[in-house]
Design a protein around this ligand. Structure first.
Ligand code: F0G
Length: 437
């Protein structure tokens, strides 16, 4: 079967060859998507995918390529570079469920990926397409995780990674990864949205392949987060899937995956999607709250300590809007305090995540309080990035030094101060006894 690129704009739907170097529709400027997979025997496919978990083949060991029939854009897999991405666990979190006030809460933790975020699921596909197109350089603008992931996959594949990041606004953990993985790293004095506009022009001019989530092949890879989740649940959909929203590529990917799984007969119904944004960077929440008609109004100066989602003009909003509406979903915006406290609660589950990921628990709690999500709901929340991505934030929270971008103090509600002690066994023993848990 040969797949195609299709314009997402319902009024256009122009079709292009799968190997055209395009990011948006030349006819109408709309976003592009890969044509859907055709799976005739859902039951046999489920068995095959399950069997591959015991295989030692590189593609089978990848939590992305194991589901390759669901990503129909390649017909030759010999050039695929995998770091064994995906394979991320579903973790029960009763304590976090109590905090949110829901019946059942399970975290799908994408921070277990090779570079510590969900970007790896998409990047292995984006890089596979770059290789197929015989590109030699790849580029992205990033709030940190995309660049870390792209640097790793491009270097593993022998391509040159060129990354653009907002100067001073990404965490050191992520910057360090990009440097270590050998990316040519440009720190631009502008915000994410401004840099994306710049990179789109430069990529075209210099023939560099763009690997932001506007790239439809990245979206194909990120679909497998939902496929793997369903596989792990024996194809029983939860009531809700909650995720953070920044540039909205993941929302687009999850919605596409869920619809396609239903159309192929892999799942009986769609879960509802809940997209959570930070208060200072919530243009999508505003659009959905207003009924979803019209265009997204960008936030000019987005601000949040959850720097991964510090985006004011999300590229994939038309796709994300379609997916939230189709699934009967919801949105919420959460404060810096809510994010910080939810993050500490996820830590206390022994799980941990980076700030943007914690927006999910904060948003779930809010949607429960507002009655949008019912008490007994079966919820999967996606933790997008690893705890160690942003240690600075954690240390400041627990020691009472975290401030909002506007300079307001954030309360260490669940703070855990380290204690300085003298080298004295008696005093230390007294202290430990007085603090017995
Ligand atoms: N969570 C984390 C940890 C992220 O890094 C991102 C996005 C998101 C959530 C939001 O996902 O953009 O698909 O809505 N990070 C991008 C980056 C923008 O450059 O790493 P989205």
């Amino acid at each position: 079967m040969s797949s195609e690129l299709i314009c997402f704009n319902a009024a256009c739907r122009a079709r292009y060859p799968i190997d055209a170097v395009l990011y948006t529709c030349p006819r109408c400027g709309g976003l592009l998507e890969v044509s859907p997979p055709v799976i005739e025997r859902a039951g046999e496919m489920k068995t095959l995918w399950r069997q591959r978990r015991t295989s030692n083949g590189a593609l089978d060991q990848s939590g992305v390529w194991r589901y390759r029939e669901f990503l129909p854009f390649l017909d030759d897999f010999s050039g695929v570079v995998t770091l064994r991405e995906g394979n991320t666990p579903l973790l029960e979190a009763p304590r976090a469920a109590r905090y949110a006030g829901t019946g059942r809460l399970v975290f799908k933790h994408q921070g277990f990926n090779p570079t510590g975020s969900f970007k790896d699921n998409g990047m292995t596909c984006g890089v596979a397409q770059a290789l197929r197109l015989k590109m030699t350089r790849v580029a992205c603008v990033s709030t940190g995780n995309t660049s870390a992931s792209m640097a790793a996959y491009a270097s593993a594949a022998g391509l040159q990674p060129v990354i653009f990041i907002p100067h001073g606004n990404i965490s050191y953990g992520k910057l360090a990864q990009a440097l270590e993985y050998g990316a040519m790293t440009l720190q631009v004095e502008a915000n994410f949205d401004e840099i994306l506009a710049l990179v789109r022009v430069l990529a075209e001019q210099l023939g560099i392949y763009l690997l932001n989530s506007i790239n439809p092949f990245r979206i194909e890879g990120q679909k497998t987060i939902m496929v793997e989740m369903m596989d792990q649940r024996d194809w029983n959909p939860p009531d809700w899937v909650v995720l953070p929203g920044g540039n909205l590529g993941n929302t687009a990917a999850f919605g596409k995956a869920l619809r396609e799984m239903r159309e192929c007969g892999l799942i009986p119904r769609l879960p509802r999607l809940a997209v959570i944004q930070a208060e200072g960077a919530a243009p999508f929440q505003a659009l959905v709250e207003a009924g979803g008609a019209g265009k997204l109004e960008p936030v000019k100066k987005p601000e949040t300590l959850a720097t991964a989602i510090r985006i004011g003009d999300p590229v994939s909003w038309p796709k994300a809007l379609h997916e939230v509406m189709t699934s009967g979903g919801a949105t919420a915006k959460v404060s810096e305090q809510e994010i910080a406290d939810a993050k500490a609660q996820i830590g206390l589950c022994g799980i941990g995540c980076e700030p943007a990921s914690a927006a999910t628990l904060a948003g779930l709690r809010q949607l429960r309080e507002r009655g949008v999500i019912e008490r007994g709901a079966d919820v999967v929340a996606v933790l997008t990035g690893n705890l160690l991505k942003d240690p600075d934030y954690i240390y400041k929270y627990h020691t009472g030094r975290l401030e909002t971008p506007g300079g307001e103090p954030i309360r260490p509600t669940f703070g855990n101060q380290p204690v300085v002690v003298p080298n004295d066994p008696v005093r230390i023993a007294e202290l430990l006894e007085s603090r017995r848990g």
